[in-house]
Design a protein around this ligand. Structure first.
Ligand code: SAM
Ligand code: SF4
Length: 326
């Protein structure tokens, strides 16, 4: 068991497969020129498998693959199939653009639930956010997953006066479609143009929804980061990821491995532990994992407080989201 000083058991590992992406979401990638890591600096397939196995011996029972865009990595299918042999619940977060190529791989790997990012239901806004033209493709891939009986969670980063006018359009989508929409409070990362006045909190989102619908609270699962709800008679459900206004750190069980093999004990931690170099040098990485989690801060990487209104993003030392793995 990997336990921190606040007695939180850590059994969930998120592995970033790459810091590259075929989209350019402005809230995720720095605006300025950005150099992707060369392939040799990234964890190779066998190294990912070795590291994952070590985490599993320490009690990890859930692994999420993320990125960058995990499915653009050429050996993504091989990595997914290798990890599917481990005794873990395997899942992934994707921008949805390549999903159609992987349906059989997901089935073979017993992946039955995926998170797909889609921040708008309007094609022109999608192009503006992602700087790519793949709106129809992503929508088609979501339909394909539903047709193939996958559970689809749609991640929506909500930004004030940008896409907050679409909250109820997403709720309307749940009327006949069995999707689970997750509204995410906009978070600050290196170079992502975050300002506190662009955050719309879950309570503000809920007010908009309650003006139009009768909302029911659903039971959250243990360690769930989201507060779950549905609307009577709707096929789908929805939730809020409330990192900025109401952090859920008290129950945190998550650790992260960046694509270049650095362990982060929190999305907002400013320290990293280089597991890949240690692995390549033949060192024992178990003590490094324990040490990293031992130093985990109580909340938000020890970098800021939930009263984000006065937060200056320049004061947070972190990578950009695309290089951490969301
Ligand atoms: N490329 C994949 C995708 O877009 O789903 C996986 C990686 S992406 C970094 C993982 C998740 O992080 C996505 O759902 C994305 O919307 C979310 N994300 C990125 N930047 C964010 C931010 N500044 N605030 C909140 N969520 C963010
Ligand atoms: Fe790429 Fe996902 Fe980041 Fe968008 S959110 S740039 S799709 S990694």
């Amino acid at each position: 068991m990997i336990r921190d000083t606040f007695d939180r058991v850590h059994n969930y590992l998120r592995i970033s497969l790459t810091d590259r992406c075929n989209m350019r979401c402005f809230y995720c990638m720095p605006n300025e020129h950005y150099d992707f890591s060369p392939f040799s600096k990234l964890m190779q397939g066998d190294e990912i498998e070795k590291l994952a196995k070590i985490f599993v011996t320490l009690g990890v029972n859930k692994i999420r693959l993320t990125g960058g865009e995990p499915l653009i990595r050429k050996d993504a299918a091989d990595i997914i199939l290798r990890l599917s042999k481990l005794p873990v619940k395997l899942t992934l977060t994707t921008n949805g653009s390549r999903v159609y190529e992987y349906i059989e791989v997901f089935k073979q790997a017993h992946i039955n639930s995926l998170n797909i990012s889609l921040d708008t239901l309007q094609a022109d806004k999608f192009n503006h956010i992602t700087r790519r033209n793949d709106f129809a493709l992503v929508r088609e891939n979501i339909q394909l997953l539903l047709k193939e009986n996958f559970h689809v969670k749609v991640n929506v980063v909500v930004m004030k006066e940008f896409n907050d006018d679409e909250i109820n359009d997403f709720i309307e989508w749940t009327r006949d479609t069995p999707i689970h929409v997750r509204f995410i409070e906009f978070m600050p990362f290196n170079g992502n143009l975050w300002t506190s006045n662009k955050v719309i909190t879950w309570k503000q989102m809920m007010e908009r929804i309650e003006q139009k619908y009768k909302v029911h609270r659903l039971q959250d699962e243990k360690h769930d980061t989201a507060k779950k709800y549905n609307i009577e008679g709707h096929a789908g459900t929805f939730a809020f990821i409330t990192t900025m206004s109401t952090p859920f750190c008290g129950d945190c069980n998550r650790m992260r491995l960046t694509a270049d093999g650095k362990m982060k004990n929190c999305l907002f931690s400013n320290s990293e532990t280089d597991l890949l170099t240690a692995l390549r040098n033949g060192e024992d990485i178990v003590p490094l994992i324990y040490k990293s989690v031992y130093h985990k801060a109580e909340k938000l990487g020890g970098q800021f407080e939930p009263n984000f209104e006065n937060l200056n993003p320049e004061d947070i030392a972190n990578r950009s989201m695309i290089t951490i793995g969301g």
